[in-house]
Write a protein that binds this ligand. Sequence first.
Ligand SMILES: [Zn+2]
Length: 50
Amino acid sequence: MGKFPLADEALTRVWICRKCKARNKQGSEKCRKCGSIYLRPKHKEIRVKK
Ligand SMILES: [Zn+2]
């Protein structure tokens, strides 16, 4: 969980097209932009600087 719970929650609702990086709604079957079926949930983990 990040500092901003609302933003954190919003990120998990977005799926990213692996092909064109367009944002799609969670649960989308196809990319709305290019029609690709290769979508993935946006990463939720926060990268910690080392
Ligand atoms: Zn796409």
